[in-house]
Write a protein that binds this ligand. Structure first.
Ligand SMILES: [Zn+2]
Ligand SMILES: [Zn+2]
Length: 290
C-alpha cells in the first residue's frame, strides 16, 4: 500500500483566512509512506519543502527520522518550509535530498543562500541533523529496494523535475510545477511518466479564463490537466498548486469544471487540499477517488 498525504496544496505564496478554510493555504509538500517497506526500500518519501513541510514537522510524532526528500525545483513556495522542519533540529535525523541543479546552482547552494545571515540565523552547516545532498541528472531512474523512482524534466521557469514512484504494483506521479501548453516535449515527458498511474498529482493553478494573461508563468489549467490524465490512462488525479487568490468557492468551481471534462471516462479527478490522504491498496486502487 502507498499512502499519500498532501501537506501543502497552494502555489506561489501561503494564504490563510476563512475564504481558504476548506482547501487550506500551505505551499507544496507531500508525504508518501510505503507499507511494509524493508531493507533498502525507504518507508517514507517527502516531496518538496513548501510551508506544508513545517506543518508536517509539527506532527512528526514517532515517525522514523531516516528521510528521503525529492525536490522538484527551488522556487520559494517549494523551499520556505525547510528551515522550520522540526526533524532538522534532531541529531538522530538523517535526510537524503535529491534534486537537479538549476541555473548552475545546486539544491544545497540554494538552501544555503536561504539559510544564512541576515535572512536566517541558522545555517545549514550547524543543523544537528545529517544532510546528504544528491545532484540528479535531468532525467533518470533508480531502484531502491522494491521502490523504483523515475524522474524527468518538465517546462517551468528554470526547470522542474517530475517524479514517478512505483512500489508493489502501485504508481504515484507528481508533476511539480508545469506549463503543459507551453512545451510539447515536456508534455511528452509527463505523459510517459504518468502512463497508467494509479494517482497523478498535477499542477492546475489557473482557471481557463486566467491563463491567457499568465502565459509563460509556468503553470497549467484544469483543461490541460484532464487532457493529459486521460491521454495517459490515469485512474485518479488530484489538481494542486492552487492559485493563492482562489477562494474555496472558486476552487469548487475549478473542480466542477474538471469533473465535467472527465464525465463519461474512468478518470476520477478532484482538488488536492491540505491534509488530504489517499490510500492505494489492493482493495481500493481501482475504485474512483478511493
Ligand atoms: Zn510553485
Ligand atoms: Zn515554481
Amino acid at each position: 500500500m502507498i499512502t499519500t498525504t498532501v501537506w501543502g496544496s497552494r502555489g506561489s505564496i501561503p494564504v490563510s483566512g476563512s475564504q481558504f478554510h476548506r482547501y487550506g493555504g500551505a505551499t507544496t509538500c507531500l508525504e508518501l509512506t510505503l507499507q511494509d517497506a524493508q531493507g533498502l526500500t525507504p518507508s517514507r518519501i517527502l516531496i518538496d519543502c513548501g510551508t506544508g513541510l513545517t506543518e508536517l514537522g509539527k506532527e512528526w510524532g514517532d515517525r522514523e527520522n531516516q528521510i528521503l526528500l525529492l525536490q522538484t525545483h527551488m522556487h520559494w513556495d517549494h523551499i520556505q518550509g525547510f528551515p522550520f522542519f522540526r526533524p532538522l533540529f534532531q541529531p538522530d535525523a538523517e535526510l537524503t535530498l535529491w534534486s537537479t541543479p538549476r541555473e548552475g546552482c545546486t539544491f544545497q547552494e540554494q538552501l544555503s543562500q536561504q539559510m544564512c545571515r541576515p535572512a536566517f540565523p541558522v545555517g545549514l552547516d550547524i543543523l544537528p541533523a545529517q544532510l546528504n545532498f544528491v545532484d540528479l541528472p535531468e532525467s533518470g531512474e533508480q531502484q531502491l529496494g522494491e521502490l523504483t523512482i523515475t524522474w524527468a524534466d518538465v517546462d517551468h521557469p528554470s526547470g522542474n523535475t517530475a517524479y514517478r514512484l512505483d512500489y508493489r504494483g502501485f504508481r504515484v506521479v507528481f508533476s511539480g510545477d508545469v506549463e503543459l501548453p507551453h512545451s510539447p516535449s515536456s508534455r511528452e515527458n509527463l505523459l510517459a511518466l504518468a502512463e497508467n498511474a494509479d494517482l497523478l498529482i498535477l499542477d492546475a493553478q489557473y482557471l481557463p479564463s486566467e491563463y491567457p494573461t499568465r502565459k509563460g508563468f509556468g503553470h497549467s489549467t484544469p483543461e490541460d490537466a484532464v487532457a493529459l490524465a486521460l491521454d495517459a490512462g490515469v485512474k485518479q488525479m488530484l489538481m494542486t498548486h492552487h492559485d493563492p487568490s482562489h477562494t474555496d468557492a472558486q476552487l469548487d468551481s475549478k473542480q466542477a469544471l474538471a469533473q465535467q471534462l472527465a464525465t463519461g471516462t474512468d478518470l476520477c479527478v478532484r482538488n488536492a487540499y491540505d491534509r488530504l490522504t489517499v490510500n492505494l491498496s489492493e482493495t481500493n486502487a481501482h475504485k474512483a477517488c478511493a
